[in-house]
Design a binder for this molecule. Structure first.
Ligand SMILES: Cc1ncc(COP(=O)(O)O)c(C=O)c1O
Length: 461
């Protein structure tokens, strides 16, 4: 009988993280100072991030040792299970095999603590007393609150206002772990106050929350800022996911033809596919594995956005970063997948997309909840709205295999559970979910604003 659930021993928790930087087909374009257009050295980031994290951000070392204290915390929930979705396969009548790596078993319920714990640890070692951050769906904020609690630090979380009210229990979780949580835009910061003056009804965006969290950190001596996605060191910490999956697939004597993951800023998907990408570049991969990044049609940065320089936040406090973007002035519709409402994307993923190594697809939330519901009815777990995008892509691929008769091995990342997302399921079940698509014309309008701000940008609209 085929295994449904593949577990590893605690001893198999990876001892190193894998960094992709030295294996990219070309170097990442440098960050730029928007005024001088000169490259910004990574050390400039020490104003906001812990020194060790800045070192990791630019490190050319391929393997970076995971501190034992961090591995010790990982033992609370790692290694995470890899499942074969046999019931889903049967329901789809597909000849394909479908596997999913499940990160929802962590205490905060997603992959996010893989990096939150590491970031809290390094900050604690460097004497930081308080960490600030933004959160969309509340998953990242919960993870950071959890990490800070474990290492005796305070945390301040700016939660996108739309999610703050849609997901009150995420706030309660963060507060229980000792965090202070503000709906963003808030009057706690100068930037938030200004946004509210201009638009008192503003539902917020990750770009706005990032600006508030950065402002809070740079205006307080004992505080540092942390990010839950996009930057290299965050993606690096997530590679425990892919390394464990490789061992689990090895036990099954199988290897994926397709690896799919949802992308908000790209951290969970990168954590899964980077180690398999390394297999490819080092000649160890037995297959021409396809990497598929799946996003929301409400926030289609990779499928409809432009590959150019942009700020990571709305207040333009960050340097300019080369990535796929909808512009930092873009405020996405309030979809339930709050974690996918970010205007930009991890620069490594963008570079690989431009090189044709990573492919992308977008779905609207009605389609993704249709897939999430089918998954819940066959496999039991109610997925978070974000990984529902990856489920939809896996289902489509499996249905394609049904047509062609191909026996592909499909692997996707179920990066979080959806047990705090009942409102979303209720809206879907009662047919109230709008299938938001962000129109091409609106994207162009947003990019014209960016071009007006920086006319030297190579953007052809
Ligand atoms: C459960 C979940 N999945 C995915 C994401 C998207 O982020 P990333 O692309 O960095 O994994 C988020 C972000 O908040 C999330 O909470």
């Amino acid at each position: 009988m085929a295994s449904r659930k593949i577990m590893l021993d605690e001893e198999e928790i990876p001892k190193q993280w894998y960094s992709i930087l030295s294996d990219l087909p070309k170097p990442l374009p440098p960050m730029l100072n928007p005024e001088t257009r000169e490259p910004v050295p990574p050390q400039a980031l020490e104003a906001v991030f812990a020194k060790e994290l800045v070192k990791q951000e630019a490190s050319r070392e391929r393997w970076i040792t995971i501190p034992e204290e961090v591995r010790e915390v990982y033992r609370l929930w790692r290694p995470t299970p890899l499942y074969r979705a046999i019931n889903l396969e049967k329901a789809l009548k597909t000849p394909a095999k479908i596997y999913y790596k499940y990160e929802g078993v962590s205490p905060p319920g997603s992959h996010k603590p893989n990096t939150a714990v590491a970031q809290a640890y390094y900050n604690m070692k460097e004497g930081t007393k308080r960490l600030t951050t933004e959160t969309g769906a509340g998953q990242w904020g919960s993870a950071l609150a959890f990490g800070c609690m474990l290492f005796g630090m305070k945390s301040t979380i700016y939660m996108v206002k739309a999610s703050y009210y849609q997901k009150p229990y995420r706030r309660v979780m963060m507060e229980t772990w000792g965090a202070e949580v503000f709906p963003s835009p808030s009057e706690k910061t100068k930037f938030g106050t200004k946004v509210l003056e201009d638009d008192p009804e503003c539902s917020g965006s990750l770009g706005i929350s990032i600006s508030e969290a950065v402002e809070d950190a740079v205006t307080h001596e004992d505080a540092k800022y942390t990010l839950g996605s996009v930057v290299n060191h965050v993606l690096l910490h997530q590679t425990v996911v892919g390394q464990e999956t490789q061992k689990q697939m090895e036990l099954l004597d199988d290897y994926p033809d397709l690896i799919a993951g949802c992308i908000g800023g790209g951290s969970s998907f990168s954590g899964l596919y980077w180690p398999f990408y390394y297999d490819k570049v080092s000649g160890k991969s037995p297959k021409e594995t396809e990497f598929l990044a799946v996003e929301s049609t409400a926030c289609p940065k990779v499928t409809r956005g432009y590959y150019t320089y942009d700020h990571g936040d709305s207040a333009r406090m960050t340097p300019l970063v080369k990535m796929h973007t909808l512009s930092h002035m873009f405020v996405p519709p309030p979809i339930h997948a709050g974690g996918l409402r970010y205007h930009g994307m991890a620069p490594t993923l963008c570079l690989l997309k431009e090189e044709g190594i990573v492919k992308s697809k977008a779905y609207n939330q009605v389609k993704t909840f249709e897939a999430a519901t089918l998954f819940a009815k066959t496999e039991g777990i109610l997925p978070a709205p974000e990984p529902a995008h990856a489920i939809k892509a896996a289902v489509d691929e499996a249905l394609e295999c049904k047509k062609t008769g191909e026996k592909k091995t499909i692997l996707f990342l179920l990066c979080g559970h959806g047990y705090f997302d009942m409102q979303a399921y209720d809206d879907y079940n009662s047919g109230k979910l709008p299938p938001y698509e962000y129109p091409k014309e609106k994207v162009e309008e947003s990019m014209r604003k960016l071009k007006a701000l920086y006319p030297w940008l190579d953007v052809k609209i």
